[in-house]
Design a protein around this ligand. Sequence first.
Ligand code: C2E
Ligand code: MG
Ligand code: MG
Length: 410
Amino acid sequence: MKAPDPPTARIVLLDDDPFMLKLLTHMLAQLGYTRVVACGSGPEALKQVRGTDEIVDLIFLDINMPGMDGVEFIRRLVECQYGGSVILVSGENSRILDSVEKLIEAHRLIALGCLQKPVKPDELASLMSTLKPNIGKRSVTRASLHSYGVEQFRAAISQGELVNHYQPKVALATGKVVGMECLVRWQHSVDGLIFPDQFLGLAEEHGLLTQVTGIVLVEAMKQAKAWDRAGYHLPVAVNISMDDLIALDFPDMAEALAASVGIDPQMLTLELTEGQVMRQLSTVLDVLSRLSLKRFRLSIDDFGTGHSSLAQLRDLPFDELKVDRGFVHGAATDGTRAALCSASLRMAHQLRMQVVGEGIEDQDDWNFLSQLGCDVGQGYFIARPMPAADVIDWMRIWGERTGVTRLLSA
Ligand code: C2E
Ligand code: MG
Ligand code: MG
C-alpha cells in the first residue's frame, strides 16, 4: 500500500507536555506534515478520533500522562475501533515501551514504533516513512460492530438482556477446574451476542457500571450456588470496575448479597484491572482492605499493562495476579513476554499470590506456563467463555481430554 502523501495524513499528538507538543508539531511540519492536531489529554485526543468526518491516520502517544494514561488510552482507542497507526513516545526506559508496544499489538492496533524522548529528527523521519493510511474501521471477526445509544442500553438492562458467560480457570499442574470467570454479554434481540468492549465504555460514560456489576454479581452468585447444589464446587470470579470501588459501601453491598444468596464470600473472586487500581491507589485501598476482611478473594487483572511497583503490590491485599494475555500467548518464543511472565510469577509467589496466565491459546503457551510453575491457566486452548448451561457438558469433555477423573478440587 502506498504511503499517504505527507500533506494529507491527519495526525493527532497526545502529550501532557506543551513544549513536547510544539516541538513535535514543528518537526512534523519540517517533514511536510501540516494536518496535525495537538492534544494535552486523553479525552481531548479521543474526541478527534471519534469525530466521524475526518479519519485520523496516526497518533503520537505519550504513555506517561496524569489522568488517563497511555494504557487506558489504548483501550479506549480499541473501543472506538481506531484503525490507524500509533507511535509511542516516552521518557521511560525501552523495556516499558516494549511492553506497551506488545499491548498495542495484542489489541491488533498498528504499532509503527517507539520514540525515546528527546525525539531525534532522523528517527522520526524514518518512522514516518513507514506510515500507511488509515483504511477505516479495523476488520472485526465478532458480530458486526454497531454503536449503541444509552437509551437502548438502559432498555437492555431493564429487559434482562445482560447475560453472564463463564470461562474456566484450571490448575496447570493437574488440569483440575478451580473456578469460572464470569464475563458479561448483551444478548441483543436483533444483533445477537454483543461483547463487553462494545458497551462497557457507554455504561461507564453514563454512570451505569455499578448497575451492571450488581446484575452480573447476583447472577454469578446464584449460579455458583446452583452448581454447588448440583454437586459442583465452582468458585466464580467477577470483574469489577473503579466505579464500584469508589463507592465506599460496596463491601457491605457485596456481603449482603452473598448472605442473601447463601454463598461464602470465599467462593467469589473480584477481579480488578491493574490500571484501575494503580490510578487511584489511596481510594481503593480502603474498599479493598474491607473486602479482604470480609473474606472475598481479590484478583489483579491484566497484569503487565499498568505500572505497578513491587512496593505497591505488597501493600494491596490481593490473593491472585492474572498475567495479561498480551504477555502470555507466544511467550515460549518471545524473550520479552517470557521475561515478563517469569518476573511477575516470581514476584507474585513471593507475595503469596496465586498466579493465573490469561490467554493460553495453544499447547506451547500451556507448556511454557506450566513449566514456569504458573498455578492456573485460562484461555481459548482450555475453553472459550460459554453460557452457564454448557459448563457441565464442557467439564465432561475436559475430563476426557485430560484424563483427569476428579475434576474439582473440593
Ligand atoms: P478480562 O477480565 O481480562 O477477561 C478476559 C477477556 O479475554 C475476555 O474477553 C475473554 O473472552 C478473552 N479471552 C479469554 N481467553 C482468551 C484467549 O485465549 N485469547 C484471546 N484472544 N482472548 C481471550 P471479553 O469477554 O470480551 O471481556 C473483555 C473485558 O471486559 C474483560 O477482560 C473485562 O475487563 C471486561 N468485562 C467483562 N465482563 C465484565 C463485567 O461483568 N464487568 C466489568 N466491569 N467488566 C467486565
Ligand atoms: Mg477478568
Ligand atoms: Mg484480563
